[in-house]
Design a protein around this ligand. Structure first.
Ligand code: HEC
Length: 137
């Protein structure tokens, strides 16, 4: 191998190694840290509390306006035996998430009931927040 060919090969290998060690930069973008107060509660205020707040038809099933964090995280569902509304770290085990994300949730109808489903950006905020440990932040 000539010196020049070796150099070319060397640079090619370096470039390749550079790429593979750089996977994080080309893979999925790191998710933003989500906040219960700033990301999740405003979604409820805008889309849910008309029914799930004082005077609303579904306040008895779930009140999303009082002690909301405690009412959700690790708390049992009123409508689906064995389900919790939010299981920290596990959106797919969290009825709250499945009820806004799935056209056919495990129990009842998709939320917000009878209205347009939440935009994907809101659904992802709720999912990220649960995945990131459902912190009271
Ligand atoms: C038009 C009224 C209405 C709106 C708006 C609404 N809900 Fe509901 N919600 C209901 C009713 C009625 C039920 C019970 C029947 C069912 O689950 O399908 C319910 C049930 C639920 C449950 C199950 C509670 C449990 O303990 O099992 C969750 C979670 C929920 N809603 C979340 C939401 C969220 C989040 C929003 C906003 C994105 C929302 N709802 C908007 C009427 C509403």
């Amino acid at each position: 191998m000539t010196g020049k060919a070796f150099l070319v090969l060397f640079v090619a290998v370096l470039g390749f190694a550079g790429c593979s060690s750089d996977d994080s930069a080309t893979g999925p973008a790191p998710t933003t840290e989500r906040s219960f107060v700033n990301d999740v509660l405003p979604i409820f205020a805008q889309n849910c509390n008309g029914c799930h707040g004082q005077g609303g038809p579904a306040v008895g099933i779930l009140d999303l306006t009082k002690n909301t964090y405690l009412r959700l995280v690790n708390a049992p569902s009123n409508t689906a035996a064995g389900w919790k509304l939010v299981v920290a770290g596990k959106p797919d085990s969290s009825l709250l998430y499945l009820k806004v994300a799935l056209a056919t949730p495990p129990v009842g109808v998709r939320m917000p009931k009878d209205l347009t489903p939440l935009p994907g950006t809101d659904i992802i905020k709720i999912k990220d927040w649960i995945e990131q440990g459902a912190k009271n932040n």
